[in-house]
Design a protein around this ligand. Sequence first.
Ligand SMILES: Cc1cc2nc3c(=O)[nH]c(=O)nc-3n(C[C@H](O)[C@H](O)[C@H](O)COP(=O)(O)OP(=O)(O)OC[C@H]3O[C@@H](n4cnc5c(N)ncnc54)[C@H](O)[C@@H]3O)c2cc1C
Length: 386
Amino acid sequence: MDFKNTKIAFNYKTDSDLNKAYYLFKLLSFGYLSVLGRKVLKMLLKINFPLDILFKKTIYAQFCGGININECHSVIENLKRNNVYSILDYSVEGSVTETDFENSLKKCLDILLKCSEYSLSKFLVFKPSAVGKFSLYLKVSRGDLLSKQEVNQWSRIENRFDKICSLASKKNIMVLVDAEESWIQPAIDKLVLKMMFIYNKEKSVVFNTLQTYRKDRFDFLTSTHERIKSKNIKIGIKLVRGAYMEKERDRAIKNNYESPICENKKDTDQLFNKSMRYILQNIDDFSLFIGSHNEYSNMLAVDLIDKLKLKKNDQRIWFSQLYGMSDNISFILAKNGFNVAKYLPFGPVKEVIPYLIRRLDENSSVSMQTNRELQLISSEIKRRKV
Ligand SMILES: Cc1cc2nc3c(=O)[nH]c(=O)nc-3n(C[C@H](O)[C@H](O)[C@H](O)COP(=O)(O)OP(=O)(O)OC[C@H]3O[C@@H](n4cnc5c(N)ncnc54)[C@H](O)[C@@H]3O)c2cc1C
């Protein structure tokens, strides 16, 4: 298996798609330009500049599926033809009021129903902060005493989680709960575990996210496993390295506590690979969703699946990358019979742009990957010309 086979990687892209992607990644590869670009973008958004037309055909087309589920259909079908599933990711951010949280819940339930009715996806993904107040997750995480109003708000959050997981379970769809900042994670860990106890009896319906840039997460994984393995719960884990490194470190310095993040990339990589190995070796108690663009880790998973004599298309093991990135990994894994699904952001253009900017802002590694993307796209363009 060769992640450099650009013919398979870009089979689903037309020549014109490829050329557009080339110029986009070329632009992103000029670091200073993209920093400047983001600043200009934020300013244009502030003054309500009509960005829709400009973006719809460029950055949006590369990374997003459409403004609504209907518009995503053709992208979903195109990926499916190459055995790659989609995971609809409604990328509108900024939920703060109880009405926003209820609207996010409705959106999740609507996506679930449509995914099931039209066989669009096997997964639903949501962010805890879309269905509940960030400050309340923080209070619960710290073990603070809650007011009567907060107790009610917390029980509404629990209800929203339960409604999503219950419908997903009925519709045979798996739920991925995203991980965000470490300081709200204890509350989320408890809540997701509670859902696993209800819905993960025969198989994993609910998945918690493990960010291995956190020093403590391998111990968290093994201790959770030890604690509940006799209870016949199938633990669902989405394994990622983590997207909030800079923010985590800044907060630790500002508030004078030890950073929860690994000292260097090598340590994060080791923890990622160690966690992946642990889960695969104990797969009868788990389901594993590997969210990574790292070629070494994906290839390691392939090797481990082979060595442990697991089936390539074992429904407990999934690989995932973001739409518009690392197609070489996604399509080559799928071509070789592994289960692959891509996160497909969607939503109104103007409302999704802040999400795209945040991804670039928070995640310096995305910009680091642009050079790899650029090389792959250029060699495919050259290959097609021969
Ligand atoms: C399908 C999918 C779902 C995701 N869901 C989530 C989610 O729910 N929550 C979330 O937080 N992120 C999520 N991410 C993002 C993910 O955590 C990574 O930020 C991103 O994928 C880059 O990591 P990588 O394994 O792809 O690649 P790589 O390029 O190999 O790794 C980059 C990552 O390594 C870590 N790193 C880099 N430099 C250092 C350093 N100096 N010290 C320590 N660590 C370092 C950081 O985590 C960085 O993001 C998701 C990614 C994918 C593909």
